[in-house]
Each structure stands twice: as C-alpha cells, then as structure tokens.
Design a protein around this ligand. Sequence first.
Ligand code: SAH
Length: 560
Amino acid sequence: MKDATSDPNSPAPLMAAWNTESQVHLIVGSNPLAAARCAKSLEVGAKPIILAPETADMHFTLSEHIANGSAQWIRHEFQDMDLTTLGREEVDRVVDLVFVTLGASNPLSTHISQRCKRLRIPVNVSDAPELCSFTLLSTYSDGPLHIGITTSGRGCKLASRLRREIAAFLPQNLGTAIDRLGAVRRRLWEEDNAAGLSEATFDGEDDDTTGQKHTFNNLVTEGDVAAAKTRRVRWLSQICEYWPLRKLVSITDADMDTILKAYTAGNEHTNGANSVDTPSKKGKIVLAGSGPGHPDLLTRATYHAIHNADLILADKLVPAPVLDLIPRRTEVHIARKFPGNADQAQEEFLQMGLAALKQGRQVLRLKQGDPYLYGRGAEEFEFFRNEGYSPVVLPGITSAMSASLFADIPATHRGVSDQVLVCTGTGRKGAAPNPPTYVPTQTVVFLMALHRLSALVDSLTSFPEGGEQSRALWPKETPCAIVERASCPDQRVIRSTLEHVCLAFEEAGSRPPGLLVVGASCHVLHNPQGQRWAIEEGFHGLDELRSEVEVVADSVEEKA
Ligand code: SAH
C-alpha cells in the first residue's frame, strides 16, 4: 500500500464490516499499543496471541489477559513459521490477522509486513502506513450500529474528534431503535414469506415523490391482500428513510404494532381525532411549503406555523432538519406515499386534516418546496374550502429555482438565457409528457425526471421513429446539470452536456431528490471544459453565514 499521507490522489480505501469472530490475531510486541490491539481483538470476538520473548516487558493489561486466559503468550521473537503454524486448524493454521507494534524503524516490522502480504494475511504495522494492508478505524458503536472513521492517516486525533461529533449528533438509543425496527422488519418478511408474498426488493424503489419505477402506476387496491401485506413492508422502509431520527428512536414496540396494525386496517388517521365533541373554536388550516432542504430556507411564516400547529401532516420529502424543528408536543404524521399508494396516502391525509379541523384544531399541511409547484397544493385547497375551511397558503422556496442557484447556475443571464421553463419529466399516470421545443435562450428545469433521464434526453435530442417532427431539437452539446439534494449537506451537482449526462448519471448513481437543468446558462459560471462531465459534492453556503455561536446554540436548543 502506498503511503496515504504522501499522495493526495491515493484511491479511497475499501471500508467493510468484517466478522472476525474466533479468528486468531497475532500481536507482535508487548507495549501499550500491543495492549490496545489485544483489547480490540477481544472486543471483536477474536483470539489474540501475543508474540514477545520471555524477557519482554509485558504491559500490565496484557499480563492480565494472559493470566485470565483470554490471550495467549508465545514466548519467543517472531519467526516466519509463526504465521503459518499458530492459526486455526480449519484455515490450515495460517493466522487470520497480524498487528505489529514494534514501530516503523524496526527491520522486523518491514520483514513481517512483507511476509504477511505474500501470504495474503492482513497486516497492520503501527506508525507505518506504507507497511500496512489495513488500518483500524476510529469507531463508535451503539448496539447493532457501528460507525467507523478514517482520515487516511492525516490525523487520528481529528478522526476521533469527528467520531465524537458524529456521535453527539445522533440521538440516544439509536441502537435500540435499530434493533426494534430490524425485528419488525424481519417479522413482516417472515409473515409475508410464509404467506408466499415475498417481494423482490423494495428498498430505494421510489426515489422521488411520485416514485420512479414502472410499478408506480400499479394502484394498490384495498381488496388486494398480497399488496396490502407487502405495503406494510414498504411503509416500514418509508418510516426508516423519512422519519426524523429523533422521532424514530422514541417509537416503542407497542407504537410499532399500532402503526402496522392500523395500517392494515387503514384507520390510522383516526388517531384519537374522531371524537364527537363539539369544538369550542373553529379549526384552522395552513398549507405551507418547507423549501428545498436546508431548514434556514423556511420562511418565517412557515416557521411560526410549525410552532403553532396542533397537528402537522408532512409530505415524505419534507427534509428531516425541518421536521426536527417541530416541537415534541406536536402530533406529526408523514405521508405514506410510495409507488402505488400515492392517491390513498393523499386521501388519508385529507381525512386526517378534516377530522382535526372539526375538532377545532390548528392543522399544518407541510409540503416540500413550494406547495403549488407539483405539490397538489391547489387540490388540497379546494378540498378544504369545500368543507368550509379555506386554508392559508404560505409559499416555500421551490427546488425548481433554488437547486440551480445552489449549483451556481443563473436561471437567466444577459446574452445567454432570457426565459425559464419549469416542467415535469413524469406526466399523469406516469406517461411521458411532451418534450419542450428547443429555444437557445431558455433554461429548462425538469422535476421528477431523473428516473427516466435517458428517455427524456432522447426525446429532447431526437424524434421518435415515425413520430412527430414538428419541434426544434436540442443540440447534443447543450449544457446541462443534474442537481440532487440541493441545499442538503450531501448536495451533488453533475455538470455535463445532453450528450454525456446519462452516462455520467449512470456512473454516479442517483441520490434523490434531484432535477435536471438544461440550457446554455448551465455553463455560465462553471464550464467543465474538455471533460465530459464534472461532479461537485457538498453544500456549505448557509452554515458559513451563521456564527459558530448560533450553530452551537441551535444544536443545544434542538437537544433540549
Ligand atoms: N413542490 C416541490 C416539488 C415537488 S415535486 C418544490 O417546489 O420544490 C418533487 C421533485 O422536486 C423531485 O422529483 C425533484 O425533482 C425536485 N426536488 C425537490 N427537492 C429537491 C432538492 N432538494 N434538490 C433537487 N431537486 C429537488
């Protein structure tokens, strides 16, 4: 392995969770570091063997492990044959892993490293990255959850600081919650399998609001028992993916049962909200947009609405940091939208909202981005108005305009683009909408389009065989960009042209939600000259505007 500290272009390491139970780990040396390695081996269920001469100064914790039998001491200097004789019988006595703690300058370290590499035995030599075939991660564990950090040898202090910060960010009891959700998931799969209902894969099946797969439009009917069951599994994956962690960790087994039972029965929305008491005040409803992702992009009006609501009905794309702003006392529901359930989820929300309004409660219907831009906002407005509760509608920053901005793409630019078109890549019932005609000075933003990117790009740049030929086609060299998770910490921008964007996206893999921007304005501020595409990761703009004190104060407030 190359010295990771000396080469900024060294490839990423393969990070993996490795089951080392019952393995034999050879630890060469007897110093404090050897003691730490021994502790690690024991922690992961392996059997450590300490290799050090009789005269060695044995670290006291090592002596303890040796005394209580958890570690074995082989009392001699390293010999080549140790590597192939001290291991487990079932792997022909070859040891499973070697830790050398003698330091980089000891010639034996280089020798052992070379021998191990030749024998394909993973080897770690302390303070000598060039002699290691693997390095240990700074880890954080909570039950079944394990997080590992490496800075590729740039600083173990920094790695452990990052570990602490990441751990502090996670809610307490996350491990227990993962166990609980895992058990429910297993139970559902077992039940479904027993009933012959095992579904291939559903994880990541719907990666946009309206879903991405061909199955999206297969309506799941109430009478369809098979579908009803697999729907529970899908609902569980939705919970795992979209509920704020804080809410996830607070669910109990009993809650889980209720959620799932209620789901099958289709009556979760009653939720105590169907009392027949006559309310003393009239219910109010606010229909608000929550912006593209970052919580600072909420309007103050929506922020106040979040704090004043008795019941919040949120779309699943509403970003978790926005949901985190909801006071704990407030009842929250997240739409159970997934392929085949969009209409049912919508209806369920409308009924839940209405029941609460009849009780005189203040309801907030929280949508992603702007409520009137591909958000079915006006349909909901009409529904509630017909019931006698006209909503107050609050705008949100739409992803359609802000994603391009956060990707440094000006929607209009003098001499380049003088008009903007926002369209959808998915029409009603999943049909492909008509592609827009080529206008050289237009910036076009396609929402809900990435799941059928190549079909969309084909339709922009060529005519279907034997189909219409009336509009102007977009030249293949037209600049374009894919902007995903705009304003979230994992924002990604892929800049390319219509010719190469599909391949770029295929190689990068999707990170929903995302949209496609097409037009000359895409290359005004950044031009991946000479490259077929360029990928940029991350979003920092807004946090840099805030003082550190504010950020810390916020996180303290959130934890309180
Ligand atoms: N009402 C929303 C749009 C809902 S349609 C708004 O005004 O933003 C959902 C589509 O919005 C997704 O398929 C995706 O194309 C786009 N989208 C939403 N949030 C996004 C984000 N943070 N980054 C990129 N695209 C996003």
